[in-house]
Design a protein. Structure first.
Length: 305
């Protein structure tokens, strides 16, 4: 329904309903997320840090498994990709969801995917570090390969048994969009092209697991961080338009105290994430971004083919 509404440029008519659904989701998140990040992933990974363990526990070493990570794909965008795949006669065998890591940013959530554990803030996000993390999950000499950009030609070795494919193309389209109408149009173009990757993987004999590191949400600027607030932040990747990570818990507590109840937020230890659709951008600025705990950011697809 969401796609149909946006396709007809009528999102404003359901915006309040989305807000209400997100409000209920925040209560559900508070009751389930903290256990999910430590849950046994055998039946399903309840958070992204359980994906590698789930693969290890559910697939024989001789099976070919491809983990496809589409950076920044919200669940509704998977619906667009699913339609493109069905046009190629490819259908999912299981459709489920998992939690993004929170704050829902790439350097934490994608790190959690490939490291298979709780991420750390001192990690440097890079394709090479992801490659090393992926390789470390499998026994020495076990055939695996890592593609750091899903838009490059696929040349898959016949003996490859564990393939990780990451594409950032959709994330780039998301960050360049200022409305769901615009993002939907771009997603349709991307999906038609990216769906052909699944044909290649299926022809090569792979079972496919599709997921993402985080989704995205249409956000409205509330106010930027002040220079004093910035001075207390951890460093690289510690500040986004929907999250903040502080060097010390005292600074985080003071930040939250100063905010009061002006916006909805999730505050834990030394980090902070926005729950609603506000952002730390210029007042009134409209953008599609991520980093908070909104339903569209944190409830992400975990699909098997």
């Amino acid at each position: 329904m969401f796609i149909k509404v946006v396709d007809n440029d009528r999102y404003d008519e359901i915006a309040e309903t989305i807000d209400n659904l997100n409000f209920e989701f925040q209560h559900y998140l508070d009751n389930t997320y903290w256990n999910s990040i430590n849950a046994n992933p055998y039946l399903k990974p309840r958070c992204v840090n359980g994906i590698v363990s789930h693969i290890r526990d559910n697939y024989q070493l001789g099976q070919k498994v491809a983990l496809v990570v589409v950076d920044g794909m919200a669940f509704w965008q998977y619906g667009v990709l699913r339609t493109a795949l069905e046009d190629l006669h490819i259908s999912p065998t299981e459709e489920d969801w998992t939690y993004s890591w929170i704050p829902s940013i790439t350097c934490l959530s994608r790190q959690a995917i490939f490291a298979g554990k709780h991420p750390t803030i001192d990690y440097t996000q890079s394709p090479n570090n992801e490659r090393l993390a992926w390789q470390s999950q499998w026994q020495t000499g076990f055939p695996q390969y890592f593609y750091d950009n899903g838009d490059e030609p696929l040349h898959i070795s016949n003996d490859c048994k564990r393939l990780a494919l990451v594409t950032v193309a959709l994330d780039e389209k998301m960050h360049s969009s200022t409305s769901y109408v615009e993002l939907l149009a771009l997603t349709k173009i991307w999906a038609k092209s990216f769906a052909t990757r699944f044909v290649q993987l299926k022809e090569a004999g792979f079972d496919i697991i599709l997921t993402t590191d985080h989704g995205n949400v249409l956000a409205k600027g509330w106010r930027p961080f002040t220079p004093t607030e910035k001075a207390h932040l951890y460093g690289k990747a510690s500040r986004g338009h929907r999250h903040a990570i502080f060097m010390q818990k005292d600074a985080s507590d003071q930040f939250v105290s100063d905010l009061g109840y002006s916006i909805q937020y999730l505050h834990k230890q030394s980090w902070f994430a926005i729950r609603d659709n506000h952002s730390f951008a210029s007042t009134g600025k409209v953008e599609i971004t991520h980093g908070g705990s909104h339903l569209f950011e944190c409830m992400i697809p975990f699909i098997k083919f």
